[in-house]
Design a protein around this ligand. Structure first.
Ligand code: SF4
Length: 874
């Protein structure tokens, strides 16, 4: 039979946040097939077209098998060509540059950009190495480009991160509201479940709010096409309608919620130097320094309309806000009448204003209907938004006002783009401001807890929030950061405004290392390329968007000299000593502008200045976890990390079990490594208490941490920044712990809008066939043939006005850069007049040369959905 000689093993798909289970077929040491796992509750045997091709992603012809370094005359030269080198040469050169930068610029001069595709042990190792070893918080995952706005929205609303609900709600609800997302292409298996629900339950309705018709529109009962950025106004209209129609769930709100407002951090996170400024950006910078309050902001702030308020950036943590009364909240949303919002939000399509008004009222009717269960879903359309945090908060606001959250079939659910954006980037704390289990580097108690679990001297951890992803790239550009290591990510292709970052990588004093499985666009901009182990060539765990942690074991060996990212980090850790990094080191803005010397305490703990970072950070991990050889799960021929390091313990297991200690008793409880590796286990939704998963948080029937008088965990809430609402050490704030916050957020215009010259909106995103930058899926012939290039989706009228038709090559230009793509006017994305759409998977089209790098000021997440462009025939 076809199955002959194939052994099948459970694993997880790596191509989106859905987290589908896979069965992976191995024959003769090679992955030869994958199929949907029928036992997996997420997908019940189904995969999408990307999932079915997981087997082929590792076997592209140009798979990296050796380190490659830029060389001239037998030695490293920034202007040289890539040549194969040994691991020893690669790591020595890397160490030399890292050491030189560290000595010159301290922890602030080095950086790592990681990923939501990190496995949990990889993210944990990277975070521990940077924060504990190098005392640097300059580590940030590409999840910053993806769901950072969701993270801040969660923190601000609930004080803890990640959704309360689970995927099972799809089959329990009868109203699915999609805010700016297109699950038919971005989360295909979830979409299959939604479609199945719609087609098999006659009362179920799907409502899509979007800036253009997409594949998900075809099955939607109500499609509201709105002008880009105006979702914030539509949400205020909904909040107003709930109040106007008397639908507020008074007892729920009084018991579990407070109302808040706050309009700080109006800036857009653009560079604050005029080195690259152009007229529009200068205007933005002026607005960043101060803002004139309009009438609604004035209402929220209790100030006068027109008053000028100085602004500042938050460092990617949170804005200041304060408690207001329900009456104030009501006043805040009062101006968002049907007439006002319809005028503001109606897209440039053929629809009449009356039809648009009717649709808005229909949306309000669904939401206010007491008999309806409501699930709201969103992803990048909300998060990649200059007001992404506010939009997240407002979606929670309507669910909270109705008391329809964290209940079977009712809740606000933020989807994630990547397979482990939740598990690795968020839960492990791989962000520049976070520590494991929702803790924060700026909080002394959290640092102390981390130092204890990591066995570090008190005071080792750096209290200053590090550079977030866009700040790291800008730091490489402006010479404040000289060392950058990117792992499991193709960031130079995927970051916005990337002409800057290409140049920054080639700056003479910068040293850029890229670990990947293929020579990606980013790798080709680097100085050193390290060949990495692929998904099925390592032991791993991912955490998906419904808090489900799933594990898989290594199935095949890596080709050539490719190594796991954990191995690379541990090898680097062997080349530095605590004497170099735990002495007093300069950091701007901390007490006395430096971190304390903690070597004396380290010595008292049995370490010496010459102790390596490996011995200080990772050797105790193995010992403490008692994951000592021979571990029953450990197969020596299939352990890329442990074998290559010559360890007598199992690194991924020991690292995971150490990380688990942060989660226990904290509302984030995870099971142990062996539980997730059990061939029968298809993942568990945390918190896992007494071996039982928790389908709904903040619900006393399901969640062991939720109490009727403390639904949102009270004292477990994590402070976001000192002085804000969650600072439970402040007696005035303690009263609000355990409540959810309902925010008033006024509509605010985006940083740039189409004008007489750049007269169209450009929105970017993903398509079904390709994963992110296409570095893996474009190497699968079937997927490449299905979608060989990124197309510019245009409204036929807009195309005609520019002398373009389907199949013509168009030139796309913004204030930031240019690209070219073939025009498509008929299928997949049907654009209203005034908006064009491009996917970012195609490195030949390179759409991120065009995209603005303005960010949400609270989350520091860029807005990939709103760049003003002109389009003409190429
Ligand atoms: Fe499932 Fe997403 Fe993988 Fe498709 S890409 S199989 S929806 S996890």
């Amino acid at each position: 039979t076809l199955d002959q000689g194939i052994s099948w093993h459970k694993s997880v798909c790596r191509f989106c946040g859905t987290g589908c289970g896979l069965m992976v077929g191995v024959r003769d040491g090679r992955v030869v097939a994958t199929k949907g796992d029928p036992e997996a509750p997420v997908n019940r045997g189904l995969n999408c077209v990307k999932g079915y091709f997981n087997a082929k992603i590792m076997y592209g012809k140009d798979r990296l098998t050796q380190p490659l370094m830029r060389m001239k005359d037998g030695k490293f030269d920034k202007s040289g060509r890539f040549e194969p080198v040994s691991w020893e040469t690669a790591l020595s050169e890397m160490t030399k540059h890292l050491r030189a930068t560290y000595e010159k610029k301290g922890p602030e001069g080095i950086s790592i950009i990681g990923s939501g595709q990190y496995t949990i042990p990889e993210a944990y190792t990277a975070s521990k190495l940077m924060k504990g070893g190098f005392r640097s918080n300059n580590i940030d995952p590409n999840a910053r480009l993806c769901m950072a706005s969701a993270v801040v929205g969660f923190y601000q609303t609930f004080g803890v991160d990640e959704p309360a609900n689970c995927y099972a709600d799809i089959e329990k609800t009868n109203t699915i509201i999609l805010w700016g997302n297109n699950p038919a292409e971005a989360h295909p298996v979830l979409w299959s479940r939604m479609a199945n629900r719609r087609l098999t339950d006659k009362g179920t309705r799907i409502i899509q709010l979007t800036t253009h018709r997409s594949s998900s529109s075809n099955l939607s009962d109500l499609v509201i096409i709105f002008r880009p950025n105006t979702d914030l106004a539509i949400l205020n209209f909904i909040l107003r309608e709930i109040i106007r129609r008397g639908k507020v769930n008074q007892s729920y709100v009084e018991k579990h919620c407070i109302f808040c407002a706050g309009v700080t951090d109006i800036g857009f996170g653009l560079r604050n130097t005029d080195k690259f400024a152009f007229p529009a950006e200068k205007d933005v910078m002026a607005r960043q320094l101060s803002v004139k309050l309009d009438k609604w902001e004035a209402v929220a702030q209790g100030r006068k309309e027109g008053e000028v308020v100085p602004q500042k950036n938050s460092g990617g943590t949170a804005g200041k806000h304060w408690k207001i009364s329900f009456e104030d909240f009501k006043k805040g949303v009062e101006p968002y009448t049907l007439e006002f919002v319809a005028e503001l939000a109606k897209g440039d399509n053929d629809e009449s204003i009356d039809t648009f008004k009717k649709k808005l009222m229909e949306l309000a009717d669904y939401i206010c209907d007491e008999k309806r269960d409501i699930m709201s879903y969103w992803c990048m359309g909300v998060n990649q938004h200059q007001r992404g945090v506010w939009v997240n908060e407002q979606i929670y606001a309507y669910h909270l006002l109705l008391g329809k959250h964290a209940l079977p079939g009712n809740g606000a659910f933020s989807l994630t783009g990547q397979p482990s954006a939740c598990g690795s980037a968020r839960e492990v704390g791989a962000f520049c401001h976070r520590l494991p289990a929702d803790m924060l580097v700026a909080n002394p108690a959290h640092r102390a807890k981390t130092e204890k679990i990591w066995n570090l001297p008190a005071g080792t951890l750096n209290p200053k929030v590090g550079a977030s992803l866009m700040k790291i790239l800008r730091g490489v550009e402006d010479e404040s950061i000289d060392f950058l290591w990117t792992q499991v990510v193709n960031i130079i292709q995927s970051a916005p405004n990337n002409n800057h970052w290409i140049k920054a990588c080639r700056r003479p004093d910068a040293f850029v290392v890229v670990s990947d499985i293929y020579p990606t666009f980013s790798a080709r901009c680097a100085d050193l390329i390290l060949p990495a182990a692929a998904h099925f060539e390592k032991w791993g765990l991912y955490g998906n968007a419904e808090r489900r942690t799933q594990g898989w074991h290594q199935l095949v060996k890596s080709p050539g000299e490719a190594r796991t990212d954990v191995w690379m980090m541990m090898e680097l850790a062997k080349r530095f000593t605590i004497g170099e990094t735990w002495k007093s080191v300069p950091v701007k803005g901390v007490k006395d502008d430096k971190l304390p010397d903690v070597l004396a305490e380290a010595e008292a703990m049995g370490m010496k200045p010459e102790t390596t970072l490996f011995d200080a950070l990772f050797a105790p991990t193995g010992k403490r976890a008692e994951a000592v050889w021979p571990d029953p799960l450990y197969k020596s021929e299939l352990n890329n990390t442990g074998d290559a390091l010559g360890l007598k313990w199992f690194p991924e297991k020991a690292l995971f079990n150490e990380y688990r200690q942060f989660t226990l008793g904290d509302g984030h409880d995870l099971a142990d490594f062996d539980t997730y590796q059990d061939p029968k286990c298809r993942g568990l939704i945390w918190p896992v208490v007494n071996g039982k998963e928790t389908l709904y948080r903040f619900n006393t029937e399901y969640d062991p941490y939720a109490k009727e008088d403390n639904l949102f965990y009270g004292k477990l809430m994590k402070p976001v920044a000192s002085g804000d609402l969650y600072n439970v050490t402040d007696p005035k704030q303690t009263a609000y712990a355990g409540t959810a916050k309902i925010f008033f957020r006024p509509y605010a215009a985006p940083v740039e809008q189409p004008d007489g010259h750049y007269d169209l909106w450009l929105c970017t995103g993903r398509i079904l066939e390709h994963w992110h930058t296409g570095s893996m899926t474009r190497r699968v012939p079937e997927l490449h043939r299905a979608a060989p290039q990124a197309l510019l989706y245009m409204n036929p009228g807009d195309a005609e006005k520019r002398g373009l038709k389907r199949g013509d090559l168009a030139h796309v230009e913004s204030r930031h850069g240019t690209c070219e793509a073939l025009v498509e006017t008929q299928v997949r994305n049907i654009m209203p007049a005034g908006t064009v759409w491009l996917a970012f998977f195609d490195e030949k089209v390179k759409c991120n040369a065009v995209v603005i790098d303005a960010t949400d000021p609270l989350s520091e997440e860029p807005d990939f959905k709103k760049t003003a462009v002109l389009v003409r025939k190429a």
